[in-house]
Write a protein that binds this ligand. Structure first.
Ligand code: ACO
Length: 324
């Protein structure tokens, strides 16, 4: 029995912030941002927009691609750290939007690695046989947690949502392995206090430790090592090796991190789907948004070995391997 991804969908806000837009706000420039990160522009929500609308749109698209309706689902999972409410979970809010009841709906919090953590939960649920169809969404709006006066972080993040529908099927295709790991000892490399919300177009006084706090260069090194190691572990668990990878869809934090991980795995960049240039780091949304693009662009074929991997605040990291 295989737990297969049978539908994907994604949605991003309409407001686009270019590097030049940011250079008008803080002491930065297009050349620095592109050279150090690969990012050209990112999408951000405005104060009258809700992440839940993007989550809903991405979910409906994924369900449609799967040929299913929300009533067919057994579980709703959302990987996010930026839900509008501390409780209820964003998954419960989506559940009522979708008009389904009496199935489990809950959020998974692992920052930028959230989608892979969600895959781990979904994979275990499906493998157990207790559930057969799961909607897994990765969604974040970290732009609402960014200090828009801090050039070292405000250029990195964007908002969005991506969704997949997973189903148990009686063949040998589907998820082969998922490995997730955390290191709480490294929490200070990337963190944000809870209870804060301010969109990019809201003015206001800010506390000195307002918004995302990040030790970028240290994080960069841990991310490259952790992502390449965990991907090798997940491949090994699936009885595969890096040379078996047909497509890697990594968390889109920084083009240089992605290139360094691909290099350590011996994978050429034509096997890697990147969209960090257009969306920046959308946290838990980045893998499912990129996967949806790759699927719709016809880059994924039956029986291809597809690797999803990500690293984020916690620190958390993980990798999932699937035979498509
Ligand atoms: N524009 C212009 N200059 C800047 C900017 C900016 N936006 N930001 C920093 N600088 C300056 C710094 O002040 C520093 O100046 P100095 O040499 O005079 O002190 C110089 O540029 C170099 O700064 P570094 O931080 O050393 O630059 P680095 O090459 O490490 O790039 C970056 C910074 C892009 C943040 C990188 O460290 C990185 O990507 N780290 C990983 C961060 C990340 O991905 N976080 C997201 C979540 S975790 C994850 O997903 C892995």
């Amino acid at each position: 029995m295989g737990a297969r991804i049978i539908g994907t969908g994604s949605a991003v806000p309409s407001t686009c912030l270019t590097n030049d837009d940011l250079a008008g706000r803080v002491d930065t420039n297009h050349k620095w941002i592109v050279t150090r990160t690969g990012i050209q522009e990112r999408r951000v929500i405005r104060k009258d927009e809700a992440l839940l609308d993007l989550i809903h749109a991405a979910s409906e698209t994924a369900l449609k691609a799967a040929g299913l309706s929300a009533q067919d689902l057994d579980v709703i999972l959302i990987a996010t750290v930026s839900g509008e409410y501390a409780f209820p979970s964003t998954a419960c809010l989506l559940q009522t939007r979708l008009g389904v009841d009496n199935i489990p709906a809950f959020d998974v919090a692992a920052a930028c690695a959230g989608f892979v953590y969600g895959m781990s939960v979904a994979h275990s649920y499906l493998k157990s046989g207790e559930y057969n169809r799961i909607l897994l969404v990765g969604a974040d709006a970290l732009s609402s947690m960014v200090n828009w006066g801090d050039r070292t972080t405000c250029v990195l993040f964007g908002d969005g949502a991506g969704a997949v529908v997973l189903e148990n099927q009686s063949n040998d295709r589907g998820l082969l392995s998922t490995v997730v790991e955390s290191s709480g000892a490294l929490w200070q490399l990337l963190h944000v206090r809870s209870g804060l919300r301010q969109t990019f177009d809201q003015a206001g006084e800010q506390e000195p430790d307002w918004g995302i706090q990040m030790r970028g260069p240290e994080l960069f090194k841990v991310a490259v090592r952790a992502l390449s190691d965990v991907t090798k572990k997940a491949l090994e668990k699936a009885g595969l090796a890096p040379e078996d990878i047909k497509l890697m869809v990594p968390h889109q934090a920084n083009l240089r991190i992605i290139q360094a991980v691909a290099d350590r795995l011996g994978a050429s960049m034509d096997k890697v789907h990147c969209n960090v240039d257009r969306f920046g780091n959308t946290s838990a949304a980045s893998i499912p948004i990129a996967l949806d693009e790759a699927v719709r662009a016809g880059k994924v074929h039956a029986d291809d070995i597809v690797v999803l991997n990500g690293c984020g605040g916690g620190l958390t990291w993980g990798a999932s391997v699937a035979r498509w």
